[in-house]
Design a protein around this ligand. Structure first.
Ligand code: ARG
Length: 273
């Protein structure tokens, strides 16, 4: 089996100079670019042990371009590019679209009126043939039908209700073999029901407020590896019991922008089911 392929963007121009999620408020002065670069390189090297890394060239004035999960979402040889809700990130769209086109993807250019933030809000289940897709903050429900139509795959709509968990990948992480790491309070009642009807109890790994606040759900999963910023001992034990090996990589500087390991990556090989 060939390696997973993952897109990352070096943090050359990373900073916090606008506030588009609650984590960014008050962080403008506190960021160390030096530390961010070291943390990003450590993450890249760790992921590089288990997958092939592809990089996109960073652009000046686009500090959040490091979060390649928001470039778009890939399924088979097709991709849907993001259309950002915050106008601050809209100039990234041009570079990500160009990258998808140059890389040979069949690209859906979503209707300009619909907000959609890529794999930040759209996660393939690791066992069932469906896409867990968030809405409520950065992706609009109108995008869900477009995703279903273009990819020809079932879309399970999940409503996000807590502004701190504004992308589904901040509070929900499908894992190999149908496991799921998630923070239930981040979803409305119907969405929790939808989750629980598809994931049997022994496959659910519930993440508490403290671990969720450390972005434990924002994990990169490659095979039996789970790479994340930080996890408590009980969460690590639960993951190990499920057969996973946990790697912690400190990503404090990226948490100040409201992102962590998973946000800094985009999985490029998502074979059609
Ligand atoms: N500052 C970025 C934003 O608010 C962080 C994006 C995090 N990405 C993610 N996939 N959760 O858009």
């Amino acid at each position: 089996m060939s390696n997973d392929k993952i897109l990352m963007c070096p943090p050359d121009f990373f900073t916090v100079d606008y506030v588009i999620n609650p984590w960014m408020a008050g962080q403008e002065e506190s960021l160390s670019l030096e530390r961010a670069k070291q943390q990003w390189e450590t993450l890249r090297d760790k992921i590089g042990e288990f997958a092939d890394i592809v990089t996109i060239e960073p652009q000046p004035e686009l500090p959040d371009m490091v979060f390649t999960a928001n470039a778009g979402v890939v399924y088979g040889d097709k991709a849907i590019a993001s259309h950002f809700m915050p106008h601050e990130r809209r100039p990234e769209e041009h570079y990500f679209k160009k990258w998808f086109r140059d890389s040979g993807y069949d690209l859906l250019d979503l209707d300009d009126k619909i907000g959609f933030e890529g794999a930040g809000d759209c996660l393939l289940d690791r066992r069932g043939p469906w896409l867990w897709t968030g809405y409520g903050f950065r992706t609009e429900i109108e995008a869900h039908a477009e995703i279903r139509r273009f990819f020809d795959i079932e879309v399970v709509s999940i409503r996000l209700t807590d502004a701190r968990f504004y992308h589904i990948d901040t509070c929900f992480c499908p894992l190999t073999d149908g496991f799921l790491m998630y923070h239930p309070p981040a979803f409305d009642y119907e969405s929790r029901m939808a989750i629980e009807s598809r994931i049997p109890p022994h496959k659910r790994i519930v993440v508490d407020t403290m671990d969720a606040g450390n972005f434990a759900c924002n994990a990169v999963n490659i095979g039996d590896r789970v790479i994340l910023n930080k996890a408590s001992d009980p969460l690590k034990a639960r993951l190990m019991l499920a057969g996973f090996k946990v790697h912690e990589v400190e990503l404090s500087e990226f948490l100040k922008a409201g992102g962590s390991a998973k946000c800094l990556t985009l999985k490029l090989n998502e074979p059609r089911r």
